[in-house]
Design a protein around this ligand. Structure first.
Ligand code: BDP
Length: 704
């Protein structure tokens, strides 16, 4: 039993301090607010692993007497858990492993920043709820990031493996501090080149930096790799030469990276190759990879994001595709479904697979990058959205069958990263909170969204309640407000382009005549060859998607009693009214007003909330350094303006089809519909317009 202890010189320093900061802060230190401790000399009676060295060096930042104890004979903490005890004036971290000690160290530093007092007999014990707490980078080998809004990739493939950027260790440390222990380095739309030997050597260099921080590396692979880089005739998973190719590749990878995690695969989805190209199933495809990884303990993460192959409504397709494959996957395959059945929209019901699939381990994929939530221009605190889905009851095994528990079976929770090579990692300073919150929820999905926000604010800015309380309220209100102005009542996918930039409103695009848009947004239930197909576009009389039992029947993909709840407007949650129902503009709502009045009220309310944000931020100016203050203020002003853009664009467009008057109490539009329709930003998958360009475009769209 190694017992390493050091006395920190400063003793107790606790309680909230009012930090009225003046120095500019570039945001690069994230919630850690410190650089990696350097040249810390340690006294120990045993050789110290790199991981333990990290733990002990970090603990030198603790302003309290501390000690660590490794107890390999305990059997209750596992590989990553820890216990904290305060005895005789010393805070002790106890763990079975060095990794546990490291997580315990970060726990203590977090508590310190949040003002916790380590009184005698203070006790804590933590064990992570999920085994794999994973980031998915959608980073390309050319340095771009699909849906990345904070610069280019942090992985500098051109200079690796010779030059290893110091940012890799900073990245690893930030992740370790919130418990993230796995990362997929490259885009799910994967280049086959990723698996070339020269690139694997670069991956090894990154893996070597991340390992001491407890982070395992995974790669996205292109299913056609055996053809493209292996020069085989095809990639048919049932052909022995294809299986042999994958086995050789796995051997090569594990030679370089003995703890390599496995493969993430997007197959037969949005044009990616896959087993269905050869008449094989997703199970056949996943299993050939699983067999190759099995001897080394690797896993295959097979994505359920498939649509467009069959003439079915898009939101139903994943379940229809995977349900017949239950029990057919190898035991080292995990199928990864997005939180909702469409595509990371601001407001979707949980993915029906979580309630219906029994014999396939399921992982959940959340999107930390804000593809559909204002990208790096809007403050959208996503923990509220993620909590909603994790806490959702699927009723698979009766009441209490939450999504959070369901994915505990696979032990995997993944988040699409929002990290780029900007100095502050995420461009919008508040987007750091989403990276942080993802890690914290992956460690413990029972944490409350507001508690996580307060932790993050206390560490990143100051723990003074005069700052934390109003800013936490603003964060908590952000996703509800965005839903009201971008996706009121579950009105899905009215964004300005489909596979392009997804920035700004474009409800006029999703109308008959624009079939590809309709299909993409699942506003067309079947393909054009199927008689009786349904189109959900806005008409003179109605709006929304009839997914009830009488419509496309999507409600049937949910277990009882949800199926009936969603089916009946009176019991359907307001936020899903238009997701499951097609409503007449003049129809009376359960709330007593007409649907048109109610819809307009949503836009109005969302815009009003966003309008309060700049003032809230101005009121806490004294607590924030000028650099981050200005960056945030400019963006909050833009967000308030964009909320009006959404409101006006949608209300004016719907008025142009329903010819109804603006309901009482709704602020008259300031923009001109024809001019708004002409706003366009470069249509590519890694583009977020600069605030000044959006402001300019909106200036030009004002009514004369
Ligand atoms: C959509 C994105 C697209 C991704 C796709 C996916 O628009 O860029 O490739 O999801 O998850 O949200 O595969």
């Amino acid at each position: 039993m190694a017992n390493t202890a050091r006395n920190a010189a400063l003793g107790l320093l606790l309680g909230a301090t009012v930090a009225i900061s003046a120095a500019a802060d570039d945001g690069s230190k994230l919630w850690l607010q410190s650089a990696i401790p350097q040249n810390v000399s340690l006294q120990s009676d045993k050789p110290v692993s790199e991981t333990l060295h990290i733990a002990l060096s970090e603990l030198t930042r603790l302003k309290h007497k501390w000690g660590v104890m490794q107890d390999k004979h305990r059997n209750d903490l596992g590989k990553e858990g820890f216990e904290i005890r305060v005895m005789d004036g010393t805070v002790k971290v106890i763990a079975e492993t060095d990794l546990g000690l490291m997580y315990g160290a970060y726990y203590l530093l977090r508590q310190q920043a949040c003002g916790t007092v380590f009184t005698e007999n203070f006790r804590a014990k933590e064990i992570p709820y999920y085994k794999y707490r994973m980031l998915n980078h959608w980073d390309n080998l050319d340095g771009t990031i699909e849906r990345g809004y904070a610069g280019n990739s942090i992985w500098k493939w051109d200079e690796l493996p010779g030059t290893v950027s110091p940012r890799y260790a900073e990245y690893a440390r930030a992740n370790a501090s919130i418990g993230i222990n796995a990362t997929v380095l490259n885009n799910v739309n994967a280049s086959p080149k990723m698996l070339e030997t020269a690139n694997l050597e670069k991956v090894k260099a990154i893996a070597d930096v991340l390992r001491p921080y407890g982070i395992r590396v995974f790669l996205s692979v292109n299913f056609a790799s055996p053809m493209v880089i292996g020069k085989l005739k095809d990639a048919d998973p049932l052909k022995p030469e294809v299986a042999a190719w994958w086995k050789d590749k796995a051997k090569e990878i594990y030679n370089l990276i003995p703890d390599f995690g496995g493969f993430l695969v997007k197959a037969n989805s949005e044009g990616q190759p896959g087993p269905c190209d050869y008449g094989r199933t997703h199970a056949d495809g996943a299993n050939v990879l699983a067999d190759a990884l099995k001897p080394y303990g690797g896993v295959v993460i097979w994505r359920a994001f498939v649509y467009g192959q069959k003439p079915q409504e898009r939101v139903q397709q994943a379940l229809l595709e995977f349900q017949p494959l239950e029990g057919k996957f190898r035991d080292n395959v995990i199928v990864q479904a997005k939180n909702g059945p469409l595509d990371f929209q601001p407001c979707e019901p949980f993915h029906p697979m979580f309630g219906k699939i029994r014999n396939i381990p399921l992982a959940i994929e959340l999107q930390i990058t804000q593809e559909y939530l204002g990208q790096s221009n809007h403050l959208a605190y996503l923990a509220t959205l993620w909590k909603e889905v994790l806490d959702s009851d699927t009723y698979q095994n009766g009441p209490g069958s939450t999504v959070a528990k369901k994915i505990h079976e696979s032990g995997m929770i993944a988040g699409v990263a929002n990290i780029g090579d900007d100095v502050n990692w995420t461009r919008h300073p508040f987007a750091q909170a989403n990276w942080y919150a993802f890690g914290r929820l992956a460690w413990n999905p029972d944490l409350k969204a507001d508690a996580i926000a307060k932790e993050w604010l206390s560490q990143t800015f100051t723990s003074n309640p005069a700052f934390v309380d109003p800013v936490c309220d603003m964060m908590m209100s952000s996703v509800p407000a965005i839903r009201q102005y971008m996706m009121p009542l579950g009105l899905a996918h009215i964004f300005a382009s489909t596979l392009g930039n997804h920035y700004g409103p474009g409800p006029w695009l999703y109308q008959t005549g624009n079939e590809s848009f309709l299909k993409y947004a699942s506003l067309l239930s079947t393909n054009e060859n199927v008689p009786g197909r349904k189109v959900f576009d806005a008409t003179e009389t109605e709006l929304g998607a009839d997914r009830t039992k009488k419509g496309t029947g999507t409600v049937m993909q949910y277990n009882s009693p949800l199926c009936d709840q969603y089916n009946d407007l009176k019991t359907c949650p307001e936020r899903y009214w238009l997701w499951f129902h097609r409503l007449g503009w003049k129809q009376k709502m359960p709330t007593g007003d007409t649907f048109w009045e109610h819809l307009c009220g949503q836009f109005e309310s969302g815009a009003k909330t966003a309008a309060t944000y700049p003032g809230i931020w101005e009121s806490v100016k004294m607590y924030v350094d000028p650099e981050r203050y200005d960056l945030v203020l400019g963006r909050l002003k833009l967000q308030a303006r964009e909320a009006v853009w959404w409101k006006d664009a949608c209300i004016l467009f719907y008025q142009s089809v329903n010819h109804l008057d603006l309901p009482k109490g709704i602020t008259p539009p300031i923009y001109d519909l024809a001019k708004l329709k002409r706003i366009s930003f470069p249509s590519n998958v890694h583009f977020c317009p600069k605030p000044e360009d959006v402001n300019k475009a909106l200036d030009g769209a004002l009514k004369k």
